[in-house]
Design a protein around this ligand. Structure first.
Ligand SMILES: Nc1nc2c(c(=O)[nH]1)N[C@H]1C(S)=C(S)[C@@H](COP(=O)(O)O)O[C@H]1N2
Ligand SMILES: [Mo]
Length: 319
C-alpha cells in the first residue's frame, strides 16, 4: 500500500523531527536560498510574525502519514495567500501584523444552528488532533505538514445541517484594509471555496487551527482554515469567516478565475494534466531545487479513504 500510514502508536516521536533541529538548519536553508537553490525562500523570519502560542491537549491521529514533516521554516515562508501578495515569500512578511483576535465565523444556510460564532466558542467543545498530512499544490510542489485541527465532520454534526444541505460553502475575510492583496483584482474577493457535503464529512477533512503544535501562523491562514489533503492546495481556503450549507454547488475562486484550468473537484490526479503543465510529478519542498521529482499519487495517496466518494464519476470530466 502506498499510503505509508501506520497507527499513531507506532509513530515514534523521533520521526517527527523537532523544531529545534530545523531551527539549527535554518542557516543552511537561508544560505541555499540566497544562492538561489530554493526559489522564493528568503530569510524573512527575522521580520516575520514570530512564534505562535502553544496549543494544549492535542491527541495524535491514526490518519497521520509517517513521512517526515517539512521544516517549520519552509511551511511558514513558502506560502500561497494572494490576500497578502502573489509571491511565495510575501505572505509571511505582509501578514505579520494581521489581527485574528477577536474572530467571528458566520454559520448559515440549510442548518439548524445558524449564527455568529466566536472562533474560540466554535472550537471549544472539540478535541484537537495532530494530523500529519501530505499537501500537494496544483503548481506541482508538495510538503508534509503537521497540522493541528478538528475534523470538519465533528463541527458540522454539532451545527446540524438540514437534509437540503448538499454542499458547504466557505469564505475568507473580505477586508482590503487588513488584506492589502484585495486592493488588486487578481481574483474576485473574497476568496471562496466549497465541498460536497460528503466530502466535507469525510474523516480526513480538517479545520486546521495550528501547525507544529502552535496556533496557525497568519501566513498559513490564521485563525482557522480548511485542509482537504486529497485535493490540490487551492481548495484549502484560509482565514475563514463564513460557512454556509447550501443546496446548489457554490462558486469557487480559482474556477471563477480560470474554469478550464481549475475545476470544482480539484482532486489530485497524476493522470489529468493541468492545461499548461503535467500533474504526474511533484517537487517535495525542502529537498532542494535539484532533487529529483517524485511521482504524484492518485488522490494524493489517500485513494483508499476517498475513492468511494467519486464512484462512477469520470474524473477527467469532473476535474
Ligand atoms: N484565502 C486564501 N486561501 C488560500 C489561498 C489564497 O490565496 N487565499 N491559496 C491556496 C493555495 S493555491 C494553496 S497551495 C494553499 C497554501 O497553503 P499554505 O500557504 O499554508 O501552504 O492555500 C490555499 N488557500
Ligand atoms: Mo496551490
Amino acid at each position: 500500500m502506498l499510503l505509508m500510514q501506520k497507527k499513531s502508536s507506532e509513530v515514534r516521536s523521533s520521526e517527527i523531527t523537532s523544531k529545534s533541529i530545523f531551527m539549527n538548519r535554518r542557516r543552511f536553508i537561508q544560505s541555499a536560498a540566497i544562492a538561489g537553490l530554493i526559489p522564493g525562500i528568503l530569510p524573512k523570519k527575522a521580520i516575520g510574525q514570530g512564534k505562535g502560542k502553544k496549543l494544549n491537549d492535542i491527541i495524535k491521529s491514526s490518519y497521520s502519514t509517517i513521512q517526515k514533516p517539512t521544516s517549520y521554516d519552509l511551511i511558514t515562508s513558502y506560502n500561497n495567500f494572494y490576500e497578502f501578495g502573489t509571491s511565495k515569500d510575501m505572505p509571511a512578511l505582509m501578514a505579520r501584523n494581521f489581527k485574528t483576535k477577536p474572530w467571528t465565523v458566520s454559520v448559515g444556510g440549510e442548518v439548524n444552528k445558524p449564527g455568529l460564532y466566536d472562533f474560540d466558542n466554535l472550537i471549544k467543545h472539540h478535541q484537537l488532533e495532530e494530523r500529519i498530512y501530505r499537501f500537494r499544490c496544483v503548481e506541482a510542489w508538495s510538503m508534509i505538514v503537521p497540522w493541528v485541527g478538528i475534523p470538519l465532520a465533528d463541527i458540522i454534526k454539532r451545527l446540524e445541517p438540514t437534509s437540503k444541505a448538499k454542499y458547504v460553502a466557505f469564505e475568507t475575510l473580505n477586508d482590503p484594509k487588513r488584506m492589502p492583496g484585495q486592493l488588486r483584482p487578481i481574483l474576485q474577493w473574497p476568496y471562496v471555496e466549497g465541498l460536497r457535503i460528503d466530502e466535507a464529512m469525510n474523516p480526513l477533512t480538517l479545520m486546521a487551527v495550528g501547525l507544529y503544535g502552535e496556533e496557525l501562523p497568519n501566513q498559513n491562514g490564521a485563525p482557522i482554515r480548511l485542509i482537504v489533503p486529497w485535493k490540490y492546495g487551492f481548495k484549502s481556503i484560509k482565514s475563514i469567516v463564513s460557512i454556509r450549507f447550501v443546496e446548489k454547488k457554490p462558486p469557487t475562486s480559482w474556477n471563477l478565475s480560470a474554469a478550464r484550468e481549475y475545476g470544482f473537484y480539484a482532486n489530485v490526479n497524476p493522470k489529468v494534466s493541468h492545461p499548461r503543465w503535467s500533474q504526474a510529478k511533484e517537487r517535495k519542498l525542502g529537498g532542494g531545487y535539484f532533487s529529483p521529482k517524485v511521482e504524484t499519487l492518485k488522490f494524493n495517496g489517500y485513494e483508499e479513504e476517498v475513492a468511494g466518494l467519486y464512484d462512477g464519476m469520470d474524473l477527467k470530466k469532473f476535474y
